[in-house]
Design a protein around this ligand. Structure first.
Ligand code: BGC
Ligand code: ZN
Length: 367
């Protein structure tokens, strides 16, 4: 079976490897699920892995099968699986348990281990292949009415986790009814964060760089959010005009934006950081003022990465609500399908030269 792979540590090594079809007995206790892959999305993480900035092969291999945004259909299940059946549509989570206390209680997205195991990213093969097998505890069912957008679930879970963390943290306030939010960035995560906040009835201002008209701006406005071009209205000014923001979700990939966001955050507000910034950018900031406003305003800032099964389940519920409230909106994010694993060069070209693309994904098999 074909699998899109890289040689970790070797830049631009993406290629097609050949692997045997996995079998159910790779999972203990009869709890295995064999999934036929239908679609797999790619993102910045895949770009970095192919640039050899990130990623490691599983033990015993010199290559890593990439792809962590999978969507597929169950082909067979082990004798002790009751949760899903052949024909069901599913998405598998990405991170697998390590050894910290957080892993032991089933919250491996909160691991304190330094090494982590992530399918398609680090030390575990991913989903850009024809079939995979996993333990049913890592497999989440997607209703068939969402199959056309199921490939967006994994990126959506990153947003779900961030927002859920914000609400959890804000329980410190006894009463928290966020009314105004800002989202920094209008890429896939920024768009999905805007959606998730709109679904919670919050007024959202999304800050982005690209001038209008553009598809991302149209999508933001189509769900009743405001699209602000930072060249015209910088974040701090935007905060004065449209804030104060009770919650800010940062997803630009630019760490400098974090410090502007800290200044646009309202009193008692929470700032959620989701950008994985591998660089070494330096910025100068008004540190005394930012610190003073954080202290006097009882503000919180929290980082978030990865997502556990519960966030996949929340993502399914929010995607269902999105389809009911904004029918067809999620599909408009699926701008760049690439048919067939053998067309990996095209897949990566689209990912590295995004010409107005939002989600680039591989159609491994027909839905
Ligand atoms: C994935 C997460 C993962 C993170 C860090 C992201 O692209 O969506 O699941 O935890 O990369 O590896
Ligand atoms: Zn990702």
């Amino acid at each position: 079976m074909k699998a899109i792979s890289v040689f970790p540590g070797k830049p631009n090594s993406v290629h097609v490897a050949d692997l045997p079809k996995p079998s159910l007995d790779q999972v203990s206790d009869g709890r295995g699920v064999l999934v036929k892959v239908l679609r797999v999305g790619v993102d910045g993480t895949d770009k970095e892995i192919n640039a050899a900035e990130y990623g490691a092969a599983p033990p015993g291999y010199d290559f890593l099968v990439i792809g962590h945004e999978g969507f597929g259909q169950v082909e067979a299940v082990g004798p002790n699986v009751t949760e899903v059946k052949p024909g069901d549509y599913v998405v598998a989570t990405v991170r697998r348990p390590g050894n910290s206390i957080y892993d032991l209680i089933g919250t491996n997205d909160m691991t304190t281990d330094d090494t982590y195991f992530e399918r398609g990213i680090n030390l575990r093969h991913g989903y850009l292949t024809e079939y995979y097998v996993d333990d049913v505890q890592f497999i989440v069912k997607v209703p068939q009415g969402l199959k056309h957008v199921g490939v967006l679930l994994e990126p959506f879970t990153v947003v779900e986790k961030g927002i859920h963390q914000a609400y959890e943290i804000q329980r410190r306030l006894k009463v928290w009814h966020p009314r105004r939010a800002a989202v920094m960035g209008a890429g896939t995560i920024g768009l999905l964060a805007t959606l998730a906040l709109r679904l919670r009835g919050i007024e959202v201002t999304t800050f982005a760089r690209n001038s209008k008209p553009n598809l991302n701006a149209e999508l933001i406005e189509a769900i009743g959010a405001r699209y602000v071009i930072t060249q015209e209205l910088p974040i701090i000014e935007g905060g004065k005009k449209f804030g104060p923001f009770d919650v800010i979700f940062e997803a630009t990939g630019n760490s400098g934006v974090v410090f502007d966001s800290m200044q646009a955050l309202g009193k008692n507000g929470v700032l959620v950081l989701s950008s994985v910034t591998g660089g070494d950018r330096m910025v100068q900031v008004p540190a005394d003022r930012i610190n003073l406003e954080f202290v006097l305003g009882n503000k919180v800032m929290v980082g978030t990465v990865n997502a556990n099964r519960e966030y996949f389940e929340m993502g399914v519920r929010d995607m269902s609500q999105a389809e009911a409230e904004y029918p067809g909106w999620l599909s408009r994010l699926l701008t760049d399908p690439v048919r067939g694993l053998e067309n990996y060069t095209e897949l990566f070209n689209k990912l590295t030269n995004p010409n107005g693309s939002i989600k680039v994904f591989c159609e491994v098999a027909a839905l």
